[in-house]
Design a protein around this ligand. Structure first.
Ligand SMILES: [Zn+2]
Length: 467
């Protein structure tokens, strides 16, 4: 079963190999252009970024790159086809079409208000926790909502986490976790599946990890969506602003300059030190306080589901768990599932999922996944508001499946094979005997029944087995 799933994952990675048509006459322009190039490996990304281009998204079709002037000329001179990404139009909203309150997308203030309404409407099931604050002078809250039966009590139940908006401009990444909180509360008591999960899990949801960034996007969201703000709003002191929160986590922080940058002006600036930012500190402290087993950290875009390692092209010791759980989570989405070692995404370091899995001294191991929702064609960072509900619906199975395995992610592997079995034929008087050692100690999903296939004229006698 595992090898079949691995094969599925490997097959899924192939679809990103792009078939691109070179655009003749795509000339450098004064303003930034968004182009898609085929992915050639980490050195390509490092080279393009060294020439001033910025990676905007990694998708199943290739890498979306933002560049202008000399940087764009350099990208266009590369010996591979470069495709210009068309302006978002037709059924998809342009950023300008979203009003000052981001339309149906939730602003920071609207998110805080929505969480407050959930608590007042469902006081027995929901409570909010301020886990941290952004930089002054705003000191905006980083707010988590806890959803569980007996919400005021810290019960001995599996804990899991959903997050959004590490990156300010990724508006859909707010809507999926926030909408899921509302879904759980609205369906408690009527939907048996939801009721069971809320009764047996402690569910934490942080819709906005980067409140200053989101407020900045709200105030500066006209223009091409690819130029929207990504980082937080730290004043770097040299005329530049912002740290990429998803490059600021403390596991293998700053491992190299591939996928994170030491330059303050870069969109992937990793910060002056690991956990230098109040927002990433908030999540770190929350993880040390709680016992999360798994999480989904929503981002956009690319139609991917990513897992560690991010900092090197290698599998974690639990690659089989990530493959099996990733396949279960992504069922029905057509997302490509994997990590840099499988070619599903470029290398990064200091990201949240590597910290989730890798840091085991100050907290327990967490199986962290990053869904990159929506596609370039669906509107990139600014899909039409009419895409919010379909995107939520598509990802509902992913959200529910994480709840299913939150008690023990290893359970997704299914029962272990019997440790050993012996067939003796003939045993005595023409009788064959089959014996096996059942249920390896520690098996998270022990065998309940065995099937014997191809047995002729059997008779059964059970000796001193221990049930
Ligand atoms: Zn992101």
């Amino acid at each position: 079963m595992n090898s079949r799933r691995l094969a599925c994952a490997l097959r899924a990675t192939r679809v990103f190999i792009p078939v691109l048509v070179a655009l003749v006459g795509l000339a450098p322009v004064a303003h930034a252009a968004l182009v898609t190039v085929p992915y050639k490996g980490p050195r390509q990304i490092q080279d393009l970024e060294a020439h001033g281009a910025q990676v905007v998204a990694f998708t199943k079709e290739g890498v979306d790159i933002e560049a202008e002037g000399a940087a764009l000329a350099y990208v266009l001179s590369r010996p591979y086809p470069v495709r210009q990404v068309p302006e978002i139009q037709g059924p998809f909203a342009s950023p300008e079409a979203i009003d000052a309150n981001l339309g149906l997308y939730h602003t920071y203030d609207e998110t805080e208000s929505a969480l407050g309404t959930m608590v007042s409407t469902y006081p027995a099931l929901a409570d909010t926790i301020r886990i941290g604050r952004a930089y002054g002078p705003t000191f905006r809250n980083v707010t988590a909502i806890k959803i569980s039966d007996n919400v005021a009590t810290d019960e001995n139940e599996p804990e899991l986490l959903y997050m959004g908006n590490h990156h300010a401009r990724e508006l859909m990444s707010v809507e999926i976790p926030l909408g899921f909180a509302q879904y759980l509360l609205d369906n408690y008591g009527t939907d048996a599946t939801v009721t069971n999960y809320v009764d047996t899990r402690e569910i934490y949801i942080i819709p906005v990890l980067n409140p200053d960034g989101l407020a900045y996007v709200q105030a500066n969201h006209t223009g091409p969506s690819n130029t929207w703000w990504r980082k937080n709003r730290r004043n770097n002191g040299n005329g530049t602003f912002g740290v990429d929160l998803n490059r600021n986590y403390g596991y293998q922080w700053g491992y190299d300059n591939i996928g994170s940058s030491g330059s303050t002006s870069s969109a992937t600036y990793r910060g002056p030190s690991a956990f230098s930012e109040p927002e990433s500190q908030a999540l770190r402290d929350f993880c040390e306080e709680r016992e999360f087993t798994c999480w989904l950290s929503y981002h956009s875009y690319g139609e991917l589901l990513l897992y560690p390692w991010g900092y090197i092209s290698a599998f974690t010791p639990d690659q089989n768990v990530f493959v099996a759980l990733g396949a279960a989570l992504a069922e029905g989405t057509n997302y490509a599932v994997g990590n840099p070692a499988l070619g599903t995404i470029y290398l990064t370091n200091g990201d949240s999922d590597d910290y989730a899995y890798g840091e085991i001294m100050t907290k327990n191991k967490i199986f962290g996944f990053t869904p990159e929702v929506n596609s370039n064609a669906q509107g990139g960072f600014a899909p039409a508001e009419s895409m919010i509900q379909p995107t939520f619906d598509l990802l509902l199975n992913m959200n529910l499946t994480l709840l299913e395995y939150a008690d023990n992610p290893f359970r997704v592997l299914g029962p272990y094979e019997p440790g050993q079995y012996v067939v003796q034929a003939p045993y005595a008087n023409g009788v064959n005997r089959i014996s096996w050692t059942a249920n390896v100690p520690g098996d998270p999903n022990p065998v309940a029944t065995y099937d014997v296939e191809g047995c002729l004229d059997p008779s059964l006698s059970v000796d001193s087995c221990t049930p």
